[in-house]
Design a protein around this ligand. Sequence first.
Ligand SMILES: Cc1cc2nc3c(=O)[nH]c(=O)nc-3n(C[C@H](O)[C@H](O)[C@H](O)COP(=O)(O)O)c2cc1C
Length: 210
Amino acid sequence: MELIENLKWRYATKKMNGQTVPQEKLDYILEAARLAPSSSGLQPYKIFVISDKELLAKIKDVAYNQDQITDCSHLLVFASWDGYSFDRMGEVFHKTAKERELPYSILEDFHKTIWGIFEPLPAAYHQAHTARQAYISFGMAIAAAAEQRVDACPMDGFLPDKVDELLELDKYGLKSVAFLALGYRAAEGDWLVNLKKVRTPKEEFIIEKV
Ligand SMILES: Cc1cc2nc3c(=O)[nH]c(=O)nc-3n(C[C@H](O)[C@H](O)[C@H](O)COP(=O)(O)O)c2cc1C
């Protein structure tokens, strides 16, 4: 029940008041994001936590001038792998085996099979797949922020190539996927705060085959 109440409380905050989100709340949100599941457990994404005002101003310039970017406390930038490779997958599988105190050979066939699926697919497919994994983590962060009563605005209104350049994402083999601006609502300046939450009615949203 609490999750539903928290999801009803949250809204895509357009106007933030500049107040700082305490470190323990930020850590909680990031931990929820880190614990998200991903396809084959590859976690093919990272999160940049940005509070540098100069950098935020530069990001705003390539994000349709949206105020949340400079009014927020922290901007989370979800960035996913620019593609899979046998070695990149291998690093994760080797680490997984090591942490579980198992030989890598236990995962070797799986590793080869998964790479065999992706190898013939174009880079754009790889990127779309890694971005989908990042979105699961993004969703977890949105829910965790609501639980912490931290306001948030999920955002994809930005020029990804420009953001990639600003954050030098090529150095990490990453591409920007989505932003989550965290902060506290300036309710008096936000036209959205009191508007009804509109969602597809349950009977249209859920298609049952019984
Ligand atoms: C992936 C994604 C991208 C979004 N991009 C933006 C954005 O760039 N700017 C913005 O103000 N809101 C953005 N939103 C907010 C949505 O418009 C908002 O979540 C939606 O209308 C539902 O309203 P609610 O979040 O207040 O319940 C985005 C939401 C999502 C999930």
